[in-house]
Write a protein that binds this ligand. Sequence first.
Ligand code: PXP
Length: 253
Amino acid sequence: MNTLRLGVNIDHVATVRNARGSAYPDPVRAALMAAEAGADGITAHLREDRRHISDRDIDRLMEKLTLPLNFEMAATDEMQQIALRHKPHAVCIVPEKREERTTEGGLEVAREENKLAHFIAPLREAGCRVSIFIAADQRQIDAAHRIGAQVIELHTGAYCDFHYEGKFDERDAELDRMKEMATYAHGLGLEVHAGHGLTYDTVKPVAALPEIVELNIGHFLIGEAIFLGLNDAISEMRRLMNEARAPSEPSAL
Ligand code: PXP
């Protein structure tokens, strides 16, 4: 089975920094530590309201990181210009509303197909790998494929919420949908990623889906780093991902 990459999202190191308007904790330092701990990439979301990651953080990440940067952004002219200036390894287009606490749903690609096709074309031409963050919905996958995205990232937020709300039937149904849609997207030639809300409790069934080649995980890891340290928090996530991905043991019979 192909290997599964771990992208560590460092946004919430910046959230803690910004809570006091200080210079620390530094998200770039966290990114460099995540690289040491075995992350395969770093994700940072420059939000329109700059609530966590700042423009300067992106400048410094581009300067100091040796790992690929996955630049999360809304489909706005301002973000497109910033991405074209930096030309990060990857861009992930996400929906963004000022009032939401986090990225609450996937992008509505099907309704915005023309606009998004024009939006991503220069990013692709600049050599960025373009990913679209969507729900496990065939309409959205077809649209992402038509507009020329190379990657889709499946939104795992609903699956994780159902788990923690104890709604296990709904959780399992969402997982089945992700499984089916990962296979479908892979069949179209899209690279499939997943992320949002993943924790030690929820990561393994997603990591076990063979078409998924990258998970992007942030909030839980940064929170867990308070208790374990960033290195151990990331190493444990990596261990669980590898365990989920390992071929199952032959039965004793
Ligand atoms: N993937 C995408 C596209 C996201 O927007 C986010 C949150 O910024 C994540 C993954 C990571 O989610 P979390 O911080 O809940 O692990």
